[in-house]
Design a protein around this ligand. Sequence first.
Ligand SMILES: O=C(O)CCC(=O)C(=O)O
Length: 294
Amino acid sequence: MHVSDAHLDEVRTRGFTVVENFLEPDLLAAAWQALFQMFPSPEAYFADPERHAALVATQFSGLKLFPYPSNALNHLSVHPDLVDAARRLCATDDLHLYKIELWAKYSGAVNYDQAHHRDYSNHSLVVPRADDDFMQVTTFLLLSDVTEADGPTKVVPLDRTRDVPLTPWFVPMGAHADEEVAITGPAGSLFIYRTDVLHRGSAMTGSNRARFVLLTDFQPRGRPWTGKMAWPDRANSRLWSMALAPMTPAQRELFGFPKIGDPYWDEQTIRDVAARYPGMDMTPYQNGLSKTAA
Ligand SMILES: O=C(O)CCC(=O)C(=O)O
């Protein structure tokens, strides 16, 4: 679903927004099936929690980094409406997709409660600017329904925290408890927020509940003081090639792939990149070469 200007204005002024029904039902259904190539389904998990103890050893044990064994998941992070929303918020066409994480949480074993914190702490070497320039856009795509009982992210609207210094990047546990908003919504909802917004993970209070979310973060390209993942470090797997090969050139550029027409491309690099990425259509790069040479 196209993200409206009203939603984006809410990110600018309130610090966050929730777009219900963002993801098309067929994409959601395919992603839901794909999740269980990597994680136990709720039924499987709760049938034998002991067997899956490693997944809930800590709050972060159910977190997996891109790429994944299915493009039904891999391609959600480059969904055209998600990228379009990030471009409009970052006010640039030259976007850098700097983090993708898939996070499964299961109730009963670990307490997912956190203190409110601001994500810039491990997404930036410096601090966010108070105006909208240099914005980093962080998102959660809900792949399961999230109610109050499913450990929703809890966010404090920006207008309540304008006078809370950026450093330290967290506040004591319980501070702002009466001002926080729970990010609930049906599967397929998109939660967008900024790295200067105080928020926290919360405890799963229901029994036999599971929460699955995909986190994708963007920033304007060319700001080396911000970011999180170095994509080449993830590129030496078959899954990486499987994820990137069917993408469009513009989608690959989000990860830093050279643009069509970039001086990097020549006959040798086109041939050898094709060998590294079976199935990648190199025609656009080849055509870009002829244009550069002309
Ligand atoms: O999982 C969540 O809802 C939020 C987690 C979070 O904010 C974090 O780990 O930094």
